[in-house]
Design a protein around this ligand. Structure first.
Ligand code: ZN
Length: 114
């Protein structure tokens, strides 16, 4: 098992995997790196941004996801559809196909429950 931390960001309904390392220390507003221990749950940046570190991290991840999406759309040589960037595995969707974005696990279904 690898312990490289990746998080999935959703950009326009597309699931994009981005490298989430350092996102809890990077300011989503100005991009400054604000080192903080894990015990510090608040992101306080000299630029004035003051919010929960997870909120800031989510913003950084989303921005990275959008950037990755834009980069893949703008620079795909073979016209391939936008897909996951980086070593990310989406369970049950190894080959994302168009038109049918069905989730196979929509809860515990018991067909013989009569
Ligand atoms: Zn800042």
């Amino acid at each position: 098992m690898q312990f490289v931390r990746y998080k999935a960001a959703r950009a326009g309904g597309e699931l994009i995997c981005v490298d989430a390392r350092g996102t809890s220390q990077e300011c989503r507003r100005c991009g400054a790196v604000v080192p903080k221990p894990l015990s510090l749950r608040q992101h306080v940046c000299p630029c004035g941004l003051d919010e929960h570190r997870d909120v800031n991290s989510a913003g950084v991840i989303r921005d990275r996801g959008l950037a990755a999406k834009a980069a893949s759309e703008g620079g795909s040589p073979s016209g391939a559809p936008t897909r996951a960037v980086g070593p990310c595995v989406v369970p049950g969707r190894s080959s994302p196909s168009e038109g049918g974005a069905r989730e196979s696990h929509a809860g515990p279904s018991t067909p013989n429950d009569e």
